[in-house]
Design a protein around this ligand. Structure first.
Ligand code: H2U
Ligand code: ZN
Length: 349
């Protein structure tokens, strides 16, 4: 028998299940009464020049390894000069009792989203953001011909380890399927085998018009997932079966560009800071066989609880399981209430 979730139930500490990773998260909403909550005094966002002669990502500038960037006019992709994975790594595997290792050939690239040093996804026009979507898709397909896993991601802000404010992201491609996508692959595969349907499409259908929705169009859903771990975590998911970025047609790519700029604008408006986050795409691994079980999606993991208060995944979270302090429903409500003006303004809408 299913018992309906009631507010009094949710007001008490409880655990929520993440069907994508098959892990639990502890939700302790009573802690929202702590004094740091509420909009902080507006902290002026630093304004950057459109071009910075000292920036290693701006057009025409020299990078740390001495290479010079071209005078690019839209997006620019280059091999990471300090790559964590190398295509030249020879394959090997080692096993001796409990000691196990294997070589990991791969490739790391950097994607400059725009020549403009001062822009970011939240302040781009939809045309500019659409170019980023196209580059993500093209790069994924190209690398997917050589590697099983292609990870597109962006670290935004110093707090998330971004080394430079110039709008950029990264792509790492590798031979193995790493932990997170391996878990998601297994969960989606099992769900599909059991129900003949796609896990995230089922989720979108069940939860796509409820209190956790941030924004929704015919093609896209932005939602604080029921099982969100990070305070203002969101999931961006297409509403129709889609395995990879490259499967998106023109209309859905344009739609995605609009959805992404609006989402980042909302994040920035929430506490009036350039909201730090790590975002990344999970798309079907490039392996032979059916991709019917896989649904393309992006995760946004921002660490902030307030303008100056960061959620640390430390003691209990590291040792036991993740814990969150505000409910997914409250986070969604606040994101819905945040303004998309920065994004809308840039298109003149
Ligand atoms: P992050 O800001 O997300 O760290 O990405 C920037 C990447 O750019 C980083 O991985 C690379 C760093 O290795 N990089 C270069 O490839 N060349 C440079 O001249 C500086 C930084
Ligand atoms: Zn720059």
């Amino acid at each position: 028998m299913t018992v309906g979730l009631t507010d009094p139930m949710l007001a008490e500490p409880h655990r929520r299940y993440n069907p994508l990773t098959r892990e639990w998260v502890l939700v302790s909403t009573g802690r929202t009464k702590r004094p740091w909550l509420g909009r902080a005094e507006a902290t002026a966002r630093p304004t950057r020049p459109t071009f910075d002669p000292g920036c290693y990502l701006c057009p025409g500038n020299v990078r740390a390894n001495g290479a010079r960037n071209p005078a690019y006019e839209a997006t620019f992709v280059f091999d990471n000069d300090f790559a964590a994975l190398r295509a030249s790594t020879p394959e090997w595997a080692f096993e001796d009792g409990l000691l196990r290792a294997e070589a990991e050939p791969g490739t790391c690239r950097v994607i400059c989203f725009t020549p403009r040093h001062d822009l970011d996804l939240g302040h781009m026009t939809e045309v500019e953001a659409r170019r980023v979507v196209d580059v993500w898709a093209e790069q994924s397909e190209e690398l997917g011909r050589r590697y099983r896993w292609v990870q597109v991601f962006e670290n935004r802000g110093e707090l998330m380890g971004a080394s430079n404010p110039h709008p950029h992201g990264q792509i790492w491609a590798e031979s193995s399927i790493p932990r997170e996508p391996a878990r998601e692959d297994a969960a989606q595969r099992d769900h599909h085998a059991r129900h003949g349907r796609n896990l995230l499409l089922d989720y979108a259908e069940q939860d796509g018009d409820g209190p956790r929705v941030v924004s929704a169009t015919d093609d896209w859903l932005v939602i604080v997932p029921f099982w969100a771990t990070w305070p203002f975590e969101t999931l961006v998911v297409p509403r129709r079966p889609t395995a990879r970025l490259a499967d998106l047609d023109d209309v859905r790519r344009d739609g995605l560009a609009a959805v992404l700029t609006a989402l980042v604008a909302r994040y920035d408006d929430l506490f009036d800071i350039a909201f730090p986050y790590s975002m990344g795409w999970h798309q079907a691994p490039y392996v032979p066989g059916s991709t019917a079980h896989w649904q393309l999606h992006a995760h946004f993991y921002p660490p902030m609880l307030g303008a100056t208060v960061r959620k640390f995944m430390v003691g209990y979270e590291l040792m036991s399981e993740p814990q969150r302090d505000i409910s997914a429903e409250e986070a969604a409500e606040r994101l819905r209430g945040a303004s998309v003006a920065a994004a809308a303004g840039s298109t003149g809408a």
